[in-house]
Ligand binder design. Structure first.
Ligand SMILES: NC(=O)c1ccc[n+]([C@@H]2O[C@H](COP(=O)([O-])OP(=O)(O)OC[C@H]3O[C@@H](n4cnc5c(N)ncnc54)[C@H](O)[C@@H]3O)[C@@H](O)[C@H]2O)c1
Length: 673
């Protein structure tokens, strides 16, 4: 790294919010920007928003900043403080580049930088990492102040982060988390989408999504793995004749942050896939990256090409540049049989750009959602009704349709679509967690463990891949039949990981593993650091979309059937339990994939440096971080989880979990007569 650039970067971090304001400079033209947010604040609330923004700055600068911030609020619906964007490139530099007093703080800086890297983040200048509204900070003053606090922090302090706002450094101790993050935690009665719009516009709350506000996003690779596992298992589940994936057709939508992984997963699974995308930039970006094979703009042409590929049993992916509703309707007219169907439009955010309604162009939608939000919402609802009708026609012919955790069924039902089951007690279609992820992965403790090599060296990632693979191959020898398929899939994934070239930003890897696998892999990394086989420490983490971290009745906990799917004790317990077992940072969020008010989720980051302390922490925390959720899933009488928690108790005598007794159907029926 160029030493002048490094010095300038460090100077800027140490300087926090500069005493002399940097000159104002316009938003960049060559990066994607967040949609203009709706004008929701009353005049009194606008005043508050402005006062709130100005409290980061000395009074003598207010005359300059007040009109500028007022203009941002008018023009974009938020105050991002564009003037405060850093002058040095925002990217994950090696851990040694950060001006910090402890490595733990430097590791958090590294991950913040990664989440805001323009190569990684969706709307980098609005500090949005993914999902349209998943923020790391609400404005650039918060970024600067947080980085400065991290540069000053010792191992006797903890930084409290309130929805992007650094409340300050508080005395703590070396085993405490260095940072405690909460995002969007609001009083439950004030958790409707407009409450987010209002509080976010006033600068007092933010939507942290899952790994955005918790600094644990690692680019699209995280999602490629999860999506591959889902599509692979969906194909296996529906392969009643044993003919395999060849010639099976998968139809879905979305080529955005996470959804962009679908065609790649389709290719890996060996099917023909069609992914509709209304945004030409998003579709072409995925095509240029080689994530989708062909882009087609004419729906009739699409029908012809897809039919030919199905007949030729090709593993190929098509992007349709247009609305997904048009694809479902055209395939119905053409009587083209669809084996698997889903949807990954951003319906967790239906009114502000997550879902583009059929019959309205992309450009017209973008205008209308800001200028006439009520009319836009009506278009969305009508489109969802049409969307569901078209899907229903296909499923009547045998298509297996599943909700991809994007709140499609939830929002379609709220729009009055014909999507409920016959007795009206639930949805007509399962979520991918109900049928696939839950019973096959989460109940057994398998989830998206991940790590980042803090040296920034590709050689470190390569060695950690090899170490992880060796650990899994060892574990597989003794693994019971129930988890053999999982072990096989993950060994194959890690063996192909280097060839798949999935690294964007930091040197990161994802791997589905259970509690034992995560602990053994992490310990092997710690040993390799101690033995100087790795050039630097390793940051452990996971997606929040996991066994224990997330309570989300329409997604992660949708396969919990004891009535507790709408409780959030598990996620909160997980956050608290990780905190005192050694996490370097922890986070708890309202929001996440399914929408504000619909989910509580949390996660952690942990720096391991080869020390005995690191080994103690990783063993204690990873064990809890997985087994907490298995215990809850077992208490809900999920068969796989009952098996998995018994196995965990056999392995660890200090673990004693309350197990459920099963009441016989006839006893219940008789008692309720
Ligand atoms: N991939 C996963 O494993 C996974 C898991 C759980 C949930 N999700 C959910 O999937 C959704 C998508 O995530 P993302 O990060 O890709 O979001 P994103 O906003 O980056 O991408 C969604 C894409 O859908 C496109 N789109 C919207 N409406 C459309 C329409 N009617 N027809 C065609 N294209 C349309 C948008 O232009 C956008 O590019 C989110 O709600 C997320 O929470 C994904």
């Amino acid at each position: 790294m160029n030493t002048d650039e490094l010095r300038a970067f460090q100077r800027e971090i140490l300087g926090g919010i500069p005493a002399n304001l940097p000159a104002a400079f316009p938003r960049s033209e060559d990066v994607s920007h967040a949609p203009v947010r709706k004008d929701i604040l009353s005049p009194a609330e606008k005043e508050l928003a402005l006062r709130n923004a100005l409290r980061y700055f000395p009074a003598e600068t207010h005359a300059v900043l007040a009109p500028e911030f007022a203009q941002e609020l008018r023009e974009y619906g938020r105050i991002y403080m564009y003037r405060l964007r850093p002058s040095q490139p925002v990217k994950a530099r090696p851990i040694s580049a950060y001006p910090a007093k402890c490595d733990q703080a430097a590791s958090i800086m590294l991950m913040i930088q990664n989440n805001l890297d323009p190569a990684v983040a969706q709307h980098p200048e609005e500090l949005i990492t993914y999902g349209g509204n998943g923020g790391v900070f609400q404005n650039w003053a918060q970024y600067r102040l947080t980085m400065q606090y991290l540069s000053q922090m010792t191992e006797e302090q903890t930084l409290a982060m309130y929805s992007g706002h650094p409340m300050g450094l508080f005395p703590s101790h070396k085993d405490a988390p260095r940072v405690v993050v909460t995002n969007g935690m609001v009083i439950p009665n004030y958790s409707k989408p407009d409450d987010w719009e209002r509080m976010n516009a006033m600068g007092v709350s933010q939507y942290g999504q899952m790994t955005a506000g918790s600094y644990m996003y690692i680019g699209p690779q995280g999602i490629v793995h999860g999506t591959t596992i889902t599509v692979l298992n969906a194909v296996r589940m529906n392969d009643k004749t044993g003919s395999g994936p060849a010639g099976k057709l998968f139809v879905t939508a979305g080529l955005g942050g996470m959804s962009g992984a679908q065609p790649k997963a389709g290719n890996i699974a060996g099917v023909v896939s069609v992914t509709a995308e209304v945004n030409s930039d998003a579709a072409h970006k995925r095509h240029e990256q080689g994530w989708v094979d062909h882009v087609i703009e004419d729906v009739e042409e699409l029908v012809l090409q897809v039919r030919a590929s199905v007949e030729a049993k090709e593993a190929v992916s098509y992007a349709y540049l247009g609305n997904v509703v048009d694809v479902w309707e055209a395939f119905d007219r053409a009587e083209l049989f669809v084996d698997l169907g889903s949807d990954q439009t951003s319906l967790h955010n239906p009114w502000a750009g997550g879902y583009y309604p059929a019959g309205l162009s992309f450009e017209a939608s973008n205008k209308m959602m800001a200028s006439d939000p009520d009319a836009f919402a009506d278009h969305v609802k009508e489109s969802l009704r049409r969307h569901a009708d078209a899907v229903n026609k296909h499923t009547a012919r045998g298509t297996y349709f599943f909700d991809y955790g994007n709140a499609f069924l939830l929002e379609a039902s709220r729009s009055g679509a014909d999507i409920m089951n016959t007795d009206g007690t639930g949805f007509r279609y399962p979520s991918y967690v109900q049928d696939i992820m839950g019973p096959m992965c989460f109940d057994y403790g398998f989830g998206p463990f991940r790590w980042v090599c803090a040296s920034g060296e590709a050689a470190d990632l390569e060695l950690t891949d090899r170490i992880a693979c060796e650990v899994l191959e060892d574990l597989k020898k003794e693994a019971p039949a129930e988890i053999q398929q999982q072990m096989d899939d993950n060994i194959r994934w890690i063996k192909g990981a280097q060839a798949n070239r999935l690294v964007v930003g930091s040197q990161a890897r994802i791997l589905y593993a259970d509690a034992l696998g995560r602990m053994k892999i992490a310990k092997a990394f710690n040993d390799a650091i101690a033995a100087d086989r790795l050039a630097g420490p390793v940051i452990l983490g996971r997606d929040h979309h996991d066994v224990s971290g997330t309570d989300s009745p329409f997604r992660e906990t949708s396969n919990i059937y004891d009535g507790s799917a709408f409780t959030a004790d598990m996620a909160v317990q997980n956050f608290a339990g990780d905190a005192f077992r050694g996490a370097t940072w922890i986070s708890l969020h309202n929001g996440g994939g399914v929408g504000w008010g619909e989910v509580v989720n949390g996660g952690f980051g942990m720096l391991i440096d080869g020390s005995a302390d690191a080994e103690r922490r990783l063993t204690s925390m990873l064990h809890w971080d997985v087994n907490n959720g298995i215990a809850r899933r077992s208490w809900a009488r999920n068969e796989g989880a009952e098996w998995a928690i018994q196995r965990a108790m056999d392995q660890e005598p200090l673990l004693k979990v309350t197990l459920p007794a099963h009441a016989a159907d006839d006893v219940i029926a008789e008692a309720l007569k």
